[in-house]
Design a protein around this ligand. Structure first.
Ligand code: PGA
Length: 249
């Protein structure tokens, strides 16, 4: 992982009620015991304030942010609202939002910029469909998506990238280690063209069916700097082995 600190981030998606706060405090305790690994949970907006109250030193983030500071956007959440609730970061451009909410690359870049303005760190997601993977040009397509989604002011001190092949999310299917390695190297090369030497400091996470069973192999890949974990982040029992794998990778 070069000298990049590994980041193990959990994405709870539309899961999590106050009844689940015990999982967050258990994960926070493991995070506190793993100083060489950054650990974060991106949870539903309604759970951010109670989670921060329960685990004040732990990194809690939101799962989306609006690109505007405020205004007539019913149902949306602003960066300032996330900050007020106690969030330290946010995910932008997850494929589920790109699909369900029709978010474009330009919107994703604007969301990242807005989050940065309010002092949030950002995980920006990219990834190809199965159709693109089968067509054989996934690296080209995902590199182009990254270029179009990256905000002007991108830098490694506040932004990380997550490569998440859409067909691997929630399916139990994972690309081969070689395919992950090739994609991450391609994305690192694309980042170098965009932001120069800072590309070598920017974390590129892998996401899509990461589990305690496959984490060590995936996290050992040279250009993989952590994981974005959905299903296996919902309980400490499943998430802690992934944090342990990052510690040992
Ligand atoms: P998964 O989700 O780990 O459940 O595949 C990953 C993600 O969508 O971030």
């Amino acid at each position: 992982m070069a000298d990049r600190r590994p980041l193990i981030a959990g994405n709870w998606k539309m899961n999590g009620l106050k009844a689940n706060l015990g999982e967050i405090t258990a994960i926070a305790a493991e995070a506190a015991a793993s100083p060489a690994v950054d650990v974060a949970l991106f949870i539903p907006a309604t759970l951010i304030a109670p989670a921060v109250a329960a685990a004040p030193d732990f990194f809690i983030g939101g799962q989306d942010v609006h690109e505007n500071a405020s205004g007539a956007h019913t149902g949306c959440i602003s960066a300032a609202m996330l900050v007020e609730a106690g969030a330290k970061g946010v995910i932008v451009g997850h494929s589920e939002r790109r699909t369900d909410q029709h978010e474009t690359d330009a919107t994703v870049a604007a969301k990242a910029s807005r989050a940065k303005t309010e002092g949030l760190s950002v995980i920006l997601c990219v990834g190809e469909s199965l159709e693109v993977r089968d067509a054989g040009n996934a690296e080209e397509v995902v590199s182009a998506q990254l270029l179009a989604s990256l905000p002007q002011e991108a830098s490694s001190d506040w932004l990380s990238i997550a490569y998440e092949p859409i067909w691997a999310i929630g399916t139990g299917r994972v690309p081969t280690i070689e395919a992950i390695s090739e994609m991450h190297s391609a994305l690192r090369a694309a980042l170098r063209k965009m932001i120069g030497g800072d590309a070598d400091k920017m974390r590129i996470l892998y996401g899509g069916s990461v589990s305690g069973d496959n984490a060590r192999d995936i996290l050992s890949v040279a250009d993989v700097d952590g994981g974005l974990v959905g299903g296996a982040s919902l309980t400490a029992a499943k998430f802690v082995p992934i944090i342990e794998a990052a510690r040992n990778a």
